[in-house]
Design a protein around this ligand. Structure first.
Ligand code: M6P
Ligand code: ZN
Length: 194
């Protein structure tokens, strides 16, 4: 039988005191996701910059269990587009997720397979509920790390392929010093897949 356990988030970074899976995502793992391809290639030629890191607590990936972890997205831009996560649908589409903002400023970009989209602000102390079926990507719009806690069903799984193929409908960019949510010119609907 499992016994209860606890963890501390160590600030200022927000890194958990105990974790058993560490994921590091560099610029090269986000190929095709940033809108400005030339800016992407130029940046990558200089350095394979770390975009974000995830610290996860492992649990059996079965219904009834929950997974949780902390994601830390570093500040920066590719062209005028802010650093962001890959983003995903859940492989088990009918599963939800909760995010809790720990540090920094950002946006959570969401969309449904049917095409509806939404954006929620991320900041310390803010709880965002991601209902079942909504794909989610987190964007750091600030000057410091964006850190948040995520909790989700252990059987949710990550479907990255759909987003890698079609992209998100909306991008978060800086225009004239303003943070703006704009259409993704590279987005295409699922039925236009190559
Ligand atoms: C959050 C959760 C994780 C996810 C991570 C990074 O912590 O949603 O499940 O893995 O963000 O996002 P992604 O998997 O899209 O790279
Ligand atoms: Zn998720």
């Amino acid at each position: 039988m499992d016994t209860p356990f606890a963890n501390d988030l160590i600030f200022p970074q927000g890194i958990p005191s105990k974790y058993d899976n560490y994921v590091i995502r560099k610029l090269s793992s986000l190929r095709g996701q940033f809108n400005n391809l030339q800016a992407y290639e130029q940046m990558l030629a200089k350095e394979d910059t770390v975009i974000y890191e995830v610290y996860e607590v492992k649990r059996p990936e079965i219904p009834g269990e929950l997974l949780h972890g902390v994601s830390i997205i570093h500040p920066g831009k590719v062209g005028n587009e802010f650093f962001m996560t890959k983003g995903h649908f859940h492989a088990t589409l009918e599963t939800a997720e909760v995010y809790y903002g720990l540090k920094g400023q950002g946006m959570l970009v969401l969309e449904l397979p049917e095409g509806d989209w939404a954006v929620e602000e991320m900041r310390p102390g803010r709880v965002v509920y991601i209902p079942p079926r909504w794909a989610h990507r987190t964007v750091n719009t600030g000057q410091e790390d964006l850190a948040f806690l995520a909790v989700y069903p252990a059987n949710a799984g990550h479907d990255y392929g759909t987003i890698e193929d079609q992209g998100f409908r909306k991008l978060v960019v800086e225009e004239n010093g303003q943070i703006r949510v704009v259409d993704n010119p590279h987005w295409h609907s699922p039925d236009q897949r190559s």
